[in-house]
Ligand binder design. Structure first.
Ligand SMILES: [Ca+2]
Ligand SMILES: [Ca+2]
Length: 419
């Protein structure tokens, strides 16, 4: 209950009212209303008796002005001219099988922003063609065969499955819906049907960030328990990626071994967002890795995927919870491209709901809203010979204040809930 009240509090800052009032008067709406010295100018009469749309002249706060207008003797009622939005539910015939999309509140994000404008790289087994991915695929490089064709040669295409969750054409009356509605994915082949190598993964990472299609989000739904810590070369590659001008966000799977994710790379590397999986009951999936390294959990059981053509499966694994988060991050980065990876991680965690067994669970809508309230304050040219541009910023205004209040109240709620 406290949290619900809290979110209403946060939302009241995230949403701002329009600078207009709808006013019903006792008689014909006058061309001008004066409320304690503030002037309201009639924009037009509305098709209701004695009702006009008024624009606020000056910088009066609309909610305060509304309250004061309501107390005028010739006013029947006054209210802000609230913003409305279409409630988009896609028409893809298999949308009904994608139970995980409404659970993480993605349709609510789509009401605000359909389609990611940034590129998401998928470092995986490559790609097979599908009608639902037409125009959504950027063909990257194949670091397994060292050629320009990242086509998947496996019977069950893991890479296509991952890409389909992120980028399937949404609202095209065919197949399934993609998390980014219709964002683009850069396909980089770093694994064949039997797996890949660390070097291919490193090459893939650098290519994704620095190649011809610089990615802002990089999805890695693969990894290894060997050597039990993050390889230094991989950490160096990750550090290089994070320093690129578009500030890429790397999202990686926690792994499916039902053990501590700190044993698995790239989940145990620094600078990545680690994703665990939940089941259809809303609890941590039994197979999902866990532990302090895991930043966020998302649905990873019975996930509808397209493995090319018109072949669809329902698969389990952190491989498939990860692209749900990657796609959400792509929508956030499209809105706020300057965000650093750790800021995105913090927004995902701050806005998370919790599973009944206590794991932080993706709430794409709240993550998107809180991240959208972040305002970049300045653009600072980086000095020295490094070139490029560093985008500086700070969480400012109501978004920042609401986040601080949220943190304090959340801390209080947690303190109270611990026996
Ligand atoms: Ca090839
Ligand atoms: Ca579709």
């Amino acid at each position: 209950m406290v949290l619900r009240v809290l979110w209403i509090f946060v939302l009241s800052f995230v949403f701002s009212f329009g600078e207009e009032l709808i006013v019903k008067t006792k008689g014909d709406p006058p061309p001008q209303l004066t409320v304690n010295g503030d002037r309201l100018k009639l924009v037009k009469k509305l098709p209701l008796p004695n009702t006009g749309l008024y624009r606020v002249e000056g910088r009066a706060e609309v909610r305060e002005l509304t309250l004061r207008a309501q107390s005028l003797p010739n006013v029947v009622y006054a209210e802000p001219n609230y913003r409305i939005k279409p409630y988009l539910i896609p028409n893809d015939p298999l949308y009904g099988y994608q139970w995980y999309l409404p659970v993480v509140k993605l349709p609510a994000v789509w009401d605000i922003r359909t389609s990611a404008s940034v590129i998401t790289a998928v470092l995986d087994t490559g790609i097979k063609p599908s009608q639902d991915l037409d125009g959504r695929i950027l063909k990257g490089y194949d670091f397994v065969d060292n050629d320009q064709d990242p086509t998947d040669t496996c019977v069950d295409s893991h890479g296509t499955a991952v890409a389909s969750i992120i980028a399937s054409l949404t609202n095209n009356n065919w197949g399934m819906s993609g998390v980014t509605w219709s964002g683009q994915v850069l396909m980089v082949r770093v694994s064949d049907c039997n797996g890949g190598t660390l070097s291919a993964l490193i090459e893939g990472l650098i290519y994704a960030a620095q190649g011809p299609y610089p990615a802002s989000v990089i999805n890695i739904s693969l990894g290894s328990a060997d050597p039990g810590s993050c390889p230094q070369s991989l950490q160096e590659a990750i550090n290089t990626v994070l320093s690129q001008p578009q500030r890429p966000v790397i999202v990686v799977a926690a792994g499916n071994e039902s053990s501590d994710a700190s044993r698995y790379f790239p989940a145990n590397c620094n600078g990545v967002i680690v994703v665990g999986a939940t089941d259809t009951q809303g609890k941590k999936a039994s197979f999902s890795n866990y532990g302090d390294k895991v930043d966020i959990y998302a649905p990873g059981s019975s996930i509808l995927v397209n493995v090319g053509g018109d072949v669809f499966y329902k698969w389990d694994g952190t491989s498939f919870s990860t692209p749900i988060v990657s796609g959400t991050v792509a929508l956030i980065k499209s809105q706020r491209p300057e965000l650093e990876w750790y800021q995105v991680r913090d927004y995902l965690r701050l806005s998370a709901s919790y599973t009944s067994d206590g794991f932080p669970f993706l709430n794409a809508y709240m993550a998107f809203l809180t991240a959208s309230s972040y305002q970049p304050s300045q653009v600072v040219a980086a000095g020295g010979g490094g070139g490029g541009c560093q985008i500086g910023g700070e969480a400012s205004g109501w978004g920042y204040i609401s986040l601080i209040v949220f943190l304090i109240l959340r801390w209080m709620v947690r303190r109270v809930s611990v026996p």
